[in-house]
Design a protein. Structure first.
Length: 271
């Protein structure tokens, strides 16, 4: 007799317990049903429906063009696939900056229309009012500090952030501020490992690093990057766990060749 094992859903509370006992948190992006099914079944703790969909799904140069409607579409697809992971959705550029009322209605739309479990929002003290407002509605919020890709035109480059002391000090203060406001965790992107360690140790809530060294409480990568579906994107922080570009390319070439050579379909593959 097979016993059906109940899948225990990951919650923000469970993530906090993981940090408290020193267990690292795994996080990957997903943007569609099929990929999210695989990611969830593999045991990833958090699935981020990232605005990186703008780059890897839609082919834009930056994350700025993706809309709230498009993020909700991607998030809904992921939610239908997932049984275990906590699903967090990026609030896209222009849906929360400078207007906390709009930030709240954007977050409510994501939660209601997609069924996701929380939102991620870029920035520190500048967006404090938006973060507070979203949290008052009972919506979990994850912060994002360091390299914030939605501010690419302000920085002018995707290089490492917070190398200078003034920026490092602001990041320390922003992290504490986000924690005080009630964020359940913070992504730290492309900052020196030493600073990330210091910030992670100063906070009660978990930090998730991307290009922020080994001392964060968890790690996140973009699925297309770590599976080697994207050619040409090879920053130092990326470990490629597969080379799916070549696997898929060769499978498709074989298919084309079989169709043209009349080897597909064969007798067994027809009715």
């Amino acid at each position: 007799m097979s016993v059906h094992k109940e899948v225990k859903r990951i919650t923000t509370h469970i993530l906090q317990e993981m940090k408290n006992r020193g267990e690292k948190i795994s996080m990957l992006t997903a943007y569609d049903y099929s990929m999210a099914t695989i990611v969830d079944n593999a045991g990833v703790d958090i699935i981020l429906v990232g605005d990186s969909a703008s780059n890897v799904m839609a082919g834009h140069e930056t994350t700025l063009p993706i809309t709230l409607d498009q993020m909700i579409y991607h998030a809904s697809s992921v939610v239908r696939a997932v049984n275990r992971a906590l699903i967090i959705v990026d609030l896209p550029f222009g849906t929360y900056q400078g207007n906390s009322k709009e930030a709240l209605s954007s977050a409510i739309r994501i939660m209601k229309e997609s069924g996701a479990h929380g939102v991620k929002i870029e920035g520190g003290v500048e967006i404090a009012e938006s973060v507070s407002r979203i949290l008052t509605a009972g919506i979990p919020v994850m912060g994002h500090l360091g390299l914030t890709p939605q501010s690419i035109y302000k920085f002018g480059t995707y290089t490492v952030r917070a190398k200078e002391e003034a920026e490092a000090q602001k990041l320390r203060e922003d992290a504490l501020k986000l924690q005080d406001l009630g964020c359940f965790g913070i992504v730290l992107e492309k900052i020196p490992a030493k600073l990330a360690k210091e910030v992670s140790e100063s906070l009660q809530i978990p930090t998730i690093g991307i290009g922020a060294g080994q001392h964060c409480d968890g790690q996140v990568l973009v699925i297309h990057d770590m599976l080697g579906i994207n050619k040409g994107f090879k920053p130092r922080f990326l470990r490629q766990y597969a080379n799916l570009y070549d696997v898929m390319n060769s499978a498709i070439k074989s298919y084309v060749s079989d169709v043209k050579g009349q080897r597909f379909p064969n007798e067994q593959e027809q009715y």
